[in-house]
Design a binder for this molecule. Structure first.
Ligand code: G1P
Length: 291
């Protein structure tokens, strides 16, 4: 096998309106919704950085400039923290700062679907392998989920998507695998279907919002063929890679919270707070009052 190109780039689609969180998301990007004290977008960037990703592209839309502000150096804030002797807070801001030039944005001008959003990043992606992280899917993993995908990519080459099993009645919400061979942790794939009808789904193994893809997917996206929901679907373009490139699903280790959904977001608050030594006791204490 020829030497694999290292995985250094990530694309994060953040153009969605977040209508399920209105009115909270009327003037605020849904990716800025916090879980405990970090916004969703920050978790996704942290996860990618933990996988060795060095270049980030946010696919934004109108009303999303706050996301760019969030990753800028907040000069006035840093000076105020310094003057007030808040050294721990200042050290944290600086340690997490985005290196100069590491983050770019591209606007998706019209909402034509996830596949179209990724295609908008084609000049950023160029000829390199790249990760995709959908920030609505918040991952709680000992080893960064994207790092698990990167490791699988180094093992198999080609495309790898994170997968999980869901109850049959929920397969119609996801991209679904048509399995060629189930090897346990890795599953090789002979087909992919976006949001199939429940009785037509080829399995209950579904794609979550974490991918490592080869740049050739862009050629398929460029055709702008419409799929489920009348949108340009990433899943359909990925399916066209099967046969010419390795394509695997990875049963990642960890948990996913669907923070595009109110109940999922609330559950994430509790799970992440309980995992925090400075909060676990307090949260456990008050939760008992509600059960
Ligand atoms: C998108 C993808 C779908 C995937 C899901 C994971 O769907 O199109 O294949 O399973 O993310 O969260 P969406 O949630 O945008 O409808």
């Amino acid at each position: 096998m020829p030497a694999l190109k290292p995985l250094k780039k990530a694309v994060l689609p953040v153009a969605g309106l977040g209508t399920r969180f209105l009115p909270a998301t009327k003037a605020m990007a849904k990716e800025m919704l916090p879980v405990v004290d970090r916004p969703l977008i920050q978790y996704a960037i942290d996860e990618a950085r933990a996988a060795g990703i060095e270049q980030f592209c946010l696919i934004t839309g109108r009303g999303k400039t706050m996301l760019v502000e969030h990753f800028d150096v907040a000069y006035e804030l840093e000076r105020t923290l310094q003057e007030r002797g808040k050294t721990a807070e200042l050290a944290q801001l600086r340690a997490e700062a985005m290196p100069p030039g590491a983050l770019v944005t591209v606007r998706q001008q019209v909402p034509m679907g996830l596949g179209h959003a990724i295609w908008c990043a084609r000049h950023f992606i160029g000829d390199d392998p790249f990760a995709i992280l959908l920030p609505d899917d918040l991952m709680q993993c000992e080893v960064s989920c994207t790092a698990q995908l990167a490791a699988a990519y180094r093992e198999t080459g080609g495309n790898v998507v994170a997968i999980e099993e869901v109850p049959r009645e929920r397969v119609n919400r996801y991209g679904v695998l048509d399995v060629l061979e189930d090897k346990g942790k890795l599953v090789s794939v002979k087909g992919l279907v976006e949001k199939p009808a429940i009785d037509q789904a080829p399995s209950n193994l579904t794609i979550i919002g974490r991918y490592v893809l080869m740049p050739e997917v862009l050629g398929h996206l460029a055709r702008m063929e419409r799929g489920a929901g009348g949108e340009v679907q990433l899943t359909d373009a990925m399916a066209k890679l099967i046969g010419s490139q390795p394509f695997h699903g990875l049963r990642y280790e960890g948990r996913r919270f669907d923070c595009g959904d109110k109940a999922g977001w609330l559950e994430a608050q509790i799970a992440f707070a309980l995992a925090r030594p400075d909060m676990a006791d307090a949260v456990r204490g008050f939760l008992r009052n509600y059960l």
